[in-house]
Design a protein around this ligand. Structure first.
Ligand code: GRF
Length: 208
């Protein structure tokens, strides 16, 4: 059984999709947040999952917060840390500690549009497609090896909210699959490429 700790900052719909997937050999050990008011915390607690929040505003520095969060996370002996809408830039000390066992979802087709406001920026650039990327976390923001990407169209007249809603549906499909592939030991990192072996049934079906 692999222990998974999920970090959220808000509503936690991606976290919910991972919990609801009932991934074999995966235990959702805790859902943690930097925001005590994150709606997803209550959802997880109602399902008997351990929850806790550390308010980042109460820490003197970004690194102080990260070190405290690492202590909290490590109480659950995680095999995998999942950043599911965790809206914090992480310090090198955090990224190194969880190297190759921390994954993030980013709402763009990386390497395009790192950072914030990704959908509006894609619209402003006239892109015909948008999407999401699940990747390993490294010290460089939104830059680690890519596990999965999903693509949606950008239609004429779309607002950023329209695109976000379309992308979110794909996020909810891809993220549980990526976690399942990690848990089953199917992901091997070779440089910036993630080689996928023994794919989960869900991923194999998508490729069929
Ligand atoms: C997602 O769109 C994710 O890509 C971005 O923040 C959003 C989080 O949504 N980083 P939720 O909290 O999982 O509902």
């Amino acid at each position: 059984m692999k222990n998974i700790v999920i970090l959220i900052s808000g509503r936690g719909s991606n976290m919910q999709s991972i919990v609801n997937a009932n991934i074999p050999n995966a235990k959702i050990a805790a859902v943690l947040s930097n925001n005590p008011n994150a709606a997803g915390l209550a959802w997880a607690a109602e399902r008997g999952i351990a929850t806790a929040a550390l308010n980042h505003k109460e820490f003197a520095s970004r690194e102080d917060f990260d070190r405290a969060m690492m202590q909290l996370i490590d109480q659950y002996a995680p095999d995998l840390v999942v950043l599911a809408g965790f809206m914090r830039i992480l310090t090198p000390v955090f990224c190194r500690h969880y190297e190759n066992r921390c994954i993030n979802i980013h709402p763009s087709l990386l390497p395009s549009f790192t950072g914030l406001h990704t959908h509006q920026r894609a619209i402003d650039e006239g892109c015909r497609i948008a999407g999401c990327t699940i990747h390993f976390v490294t010290e460089v923001l939104d830059n680690g090896a890519i596990i999965a990407q999903g693509v949606v169209p950008i239609l004429d007249g779309d607002t950023a909210d329209d695109v976000a809603a379309r992308v979110l549906k794909v996020e909810h499909q891809l993220f549980p699959q990526a976690v399942a592939d990690f848990v089953s030991g199917s992901l091997k990192i070779e440089g910036k490429r993630v080689i996928k072996q023994n794919l989960s049934d869900a991923t194999a079906q998508l490729l069929a």
